[in-house]
Design a protein around this ligand. Sequence first.
Ligand code: PMP
Ligand code: GLU
Length: 393
Amino acid sequence: MLKLANRVSTLKSSSIMEISAKAAQLKAQGYEVISLAAGEPDFNTPQPIQAAATLAMKEGITKYTPAAGFQALREAIAKKVTKENSYSVDPEEVLVTSGAKHGLYLTLQCLVNPGEAVLIPTPAWVSYRPMIELAGASVIPLPLYEEDGYRPNVDRWKGMAIPPNAKGIIINSPNNPTGVVYSREELMKLTGWALQRNLWIISDEIYEKIVYDNLAHTSVAALGPEAKRATITISGFSKSYAMTGWRFGWAIADKPFISKMAALQSQSNSHVTSFVQWAAITACDLPESVAGSMVAEFDKRRRYCMERLDKLSQHLSYTRPTGAFYIFINLSKWLIANKMTDLEFCKDLLEIAHVGMVPGSSFGKEHTIRMSYATNLENLTKAFDRLESFLTR
Ligand code: PMP
Ligand code: GLU
């Protein structure tokens, strides 16, 4: 067998993608599987974006582009962010990336040295840790507590020694896996706490357009010039315009940092696919109603799921989500009574009941599970019927 580099020897695939693949495999074998594992909208990408990509291909926008992205797209993103996210951005501060995921990867490669550490309020999305470790750095989890509704509470971390090698912190609101949206005040406190410790802030805002209950999303970089100076913002349209397969996103940071990220991109994946970039210019200009109608549909599903979960309160509890499309469920009562781990539960739920969910331990929180409600009500009804009989069998 080929000898692997140390850097990847312990690297594992994304657990979410693995569960989704396993669900797809069972489906291919003829089972009626309902996967609530991957956070992927079931809608198709809005028609104007599709049409723009098709036209771009016809017109020959099929060649290499600048590594940082088409200038017209960088301008469109800067304009969108200045208008919608309430802080001013120059096109030179924007890098077009292959999804938010690769934006995060490039950021961490450019920001952290081997031997340094990155703080992550936890539970947290599965890919942060491996990306940090690939940069040779280590992770310091900052615990979030269920009794705080998984909201950041810097007072909780008072007694923690933050080592001098800590380089940055990843903030993710609206949050995956908890669905919690941090308020402006909470973000002010969290950002102040990070700045006092000389931490750079990576703000993952991929769910920025998906908020409920009349809440508003706050961008960390909009909290003031100090916050903007210290922040690398990552976002994109994968979730808000159902563009997960397009692999498009962006990073915003100061010009020298962005130009180094562009250099790394030029030496690795070159740039984002040309006609995808062209279509993204159209996406930047769509009226609010486009994401709004999808969010309204997610909201119906969210309410349905909460109703069904409320009926299972003798077995589980959950944190009320106000953003993204996930519900984070505490299953400790049931798991302890049945002597099972969350990992075993998700495996059995998929194999026996043909319902896919993600074990909370993948996000750093045992005895929990995460469900995505980015699927239609018919599927959700079936999934809950099956979950109910699985729990009470
Ligand atoms: N950040 C978070 C918190 C996510 O849940 C995801 C999952 N898509 C990403 C980043 C990556 O997004 P993209 O698909 O645009 O790469
Ligand atoms: N981010 C999505 C999720 O958390 C998709 C999976 C992934 O990108 O790893 O389900």
